[in-house]
Write a new protein. Structure first.
Length: 114
């Protein structure tokens, strides 16, 4: 069997593989915010993440958002990747930490009480 050839016609050495693309298979992408900031979520992803944080199942979230369960599963997978979490509990923790940080920042920017 002849060796595979590259697009320029040269033979590839045995064991040669295409280089991996960054951001695949759980590796952080160079453009992904460090720590997985929820600000990187789209509006639809954030709505779903907030429902899940409140304890909604995939079926309940799908019904409330008028989506299929498969769409909810796919979006949750993408949310987990963006926030670098692996479970619903970690998702809730990440959103709560972000919400608490954001609330503190908003109150610091607001007018002084008095």
């Amino acid at each position: 069997m002849p060796r595979p050839r590259s697009s320029n016609g040269r033979e590839r050495p045995p064991g040669w593989r295409w280089p991996r693309r960054p951001g695949r298979r759980g590796r952080p992408s160079p453009t992904r915010p460090a720590g997985g900031a929820p600000a990187s979520l789209t509006e639809a992803e954030l709505r779903l993440a907030l429902l899940v944080r409140e304890g909604a199942s995939n079926q309940e979230a799908a019904a409330k958002l008028y989506l299929s369960v498969k769409t909810v599963e796919a979006r949750l997978t993408r949310i987990y990747q963006k926030l670098d979490v692996r479970s619903r509990a970690q998702l809730a923790t990440a959103l709560n930490a972000w919400s608490g940080h954001r609330a503190a920042a908003d109150s610091a920017d607001g007018p002084a009480g008095g």
